[in-house]
Design a protein around this ligand. Structure first.
Ligand code: HSE
Length: 461
């Protein structure tokens, strides 16, 4: 791997600076990039490196050339003239001419081999693969640190929103208390359409798939697995802990009904599929679930496929990061930004990469991830009760016996069958207490079926 100074020798005049090739001089060697996977993200990065080449070079001081692409099949959308194309993707990883390997095939099997082999070959890696990092990031970063190479992953979380750089660099002076993110565009698109247009869940999901937002397996989006992958990464960066995807609590949005969306609205809340990581005295909460949030919060108004992450840290206070979380352009923006970072380091006298997980590897903490039963939060409860005197008194008695305070109560008119929907909002309580209260309420003769429970967060400082 070649390191050393790489200065721009001369720049063209200002009038043409945005689209003219920059002359770096003969002594500055271009950096060679190999892209593994030519789907939406790989193709987007390929086009972006070409379309914005001059502007990017002005930032790096060096030319970046995509010299080798690994793709199992042709993609006529991209003009690969002059680029070596291999059907066998490991050929890219083993190409001695390639300095940086961009892994954008996704998944955790071949992608893992690609990344580990690239590291073993002494190449830097740029990846958009949140599942790979959430599940195998600890071993990947350890291998990279041992080899003295870097694995950059801005595109793995929130697409074009530079949240990795924010947590790792922009907020480096702060103690982060919690973060809450809308980090799956497909889920947010579905919830937005359900609320605004009263559309059916599966109808909207189909449209999201057609628009190219959804993961190959849409259960990753709607069951919160994709968000949990991303949250796992954010939590490690925020708190300096190892990646622990298996300990994340994950609950999807498939059981949400139109009724709950509109009752929440009547009470002044929106339902969002949030990833929440919070540091409390006993450990760290790491959870993805539908969440009521006050409609006045900026993040409650993040709609459609957009992503947003709200970070509460000290001393800066609350900061919010918003933008496109999926799609070719936004994700390529993040991939190419990582390439630029690596190229700048390659061109420095001595490399000084930011630690992979924001904190120095020997300063990673073993703070425990809390089981869900220990999490403290407020609740929205929807009960279906027989329309008889005393039912509500029984319900409130069960709550008060457990020290659970009611914040608001809403009873809707009786159904023809003589049952009434009752909606309760509670003050914060430990999940274990709430589980017991729900079991006791469901055991009442006049409570019909299961109680719907949605967690509620005020997201205030
Ligand atoms: N399926 C993901 C989403 C794509 O909808 O946000 C970006 O990770």
């Amino acid at each position: 791997m070649e390191h050393g100074p790489g200065r721009v020798k001369s720049l063209p005049g200002c009038s043409s600076i945005y689209n003219s090739p920059v002359d770096f001089g003969d002594d500055v060697k271009p950096v060679s990039v190999g892209i593994v996977g030519l789907g939406t993200v790989g193709g987007g990065a390929f086009n972006l490196l070409r379309d914005n080449a001059a502007e990017i070079s002005r930032r790096t001081g060096r030319e970046i050339r995509v010299t080798h692409v690994g793709a199992r099949r042709d993609n006529p959308k991209y003009d690969l003239d002059g680029v070596r194309v291999s059907r066998e993707i490991m050929d890219v990883v083993n190409d001695p001419a390639v300095d940086i390997v961009v892994e954008v095939i996704g998944g955790t099997t071949t992608a893992r081999d690609v990344v580990m082999q690239a590291i073993q070959n002494g190449k830097h890696v740029v990846t958009a693969n949140k599942a790979l990092l959430a599940e195998f990031g600890n071993e990947i970063f350890a291998a990279a640190e041992q080899k003295g190479v870097y694995v950059a992953f801005e595109a793995a979380v929130a697409g074009g929103v530079p949240i990795i750089k924010v947590l790792r660099e922009g907020l480096a002076a702060n103690r982060i208390d919690w973060l809450a993110g809308i980090i799956n565009g497909t889920g947010n698109f579905i919830l937005t359409e359900m609320r605004e247009k009263g559309r059916d869940f599966y109808d909207v999901l189909k449209e999201a798939q057609e628009l190219g937002y959804a993961e190959a397996d849409p259960t990753f989006d709607v069951e919160g697995i994709d968000a949990a992958h991303k949250l796992t990464i954010l939590a490690s960066l925020a708190f300096g802990i190892p990646l622990q995807f298996s300990k994340a609590y994950t609950e999807g949005i498939t059981r949400l009904t139109r009724d709950d969306v509109s009752y929440a609205e009547e009470l002044g809340f929106r339902i969002k599929h949030l990833g929440i990581a919070r540091r409390v005295e006993e450990g760290i909460e790491l959870r993805v679930h539908p969440t009521l949030i006050p409609e006045a919060r900026l993040i409650a108004n993040v709609n459609g496929v957009k992503n947003a992450v709200l970070v509460q840290s000290s001393p800066v206070g609350a900061t919010l990061y918003y933008g496109a979380g999926a799609g070719a352009g936004p994700t390529a923006s993040a991939v190419v930004a990582d390439i630029v970072d690596v190229v700048r380091e390659l061109s420095a006298e001595k490399t000084a990469f930011v630690p992979h997980l924001a904190f120095q590897p020997n300063a990673i903490a073993d703070t425990p991830i809390l089981p869900m039963e220990q999490v403290v939060t407020s609740y929205y409860l929807r009960l279906t009760a027989n329309d008889r005197p005393g039912v509500l008194a029984d319900v409130t008695r069960i709550l008060s016996e457990r020290g659970i305070s009611i914040e608001a109560i809403l009873q809707k008119p009786a159904h023809e069958a003589g049952s009434v929907p009752v909606i309760l909002l509670t003050k914060p309580v430990k999940e274990k207490e709430m589980n017991q209260a729900i079991a006791a309420m469901e055991a009442l003769d006049d409570i019909i079926g299961k109680i719907v429970r949605i967690r509620l967060e005020n997201l205030d400082a």
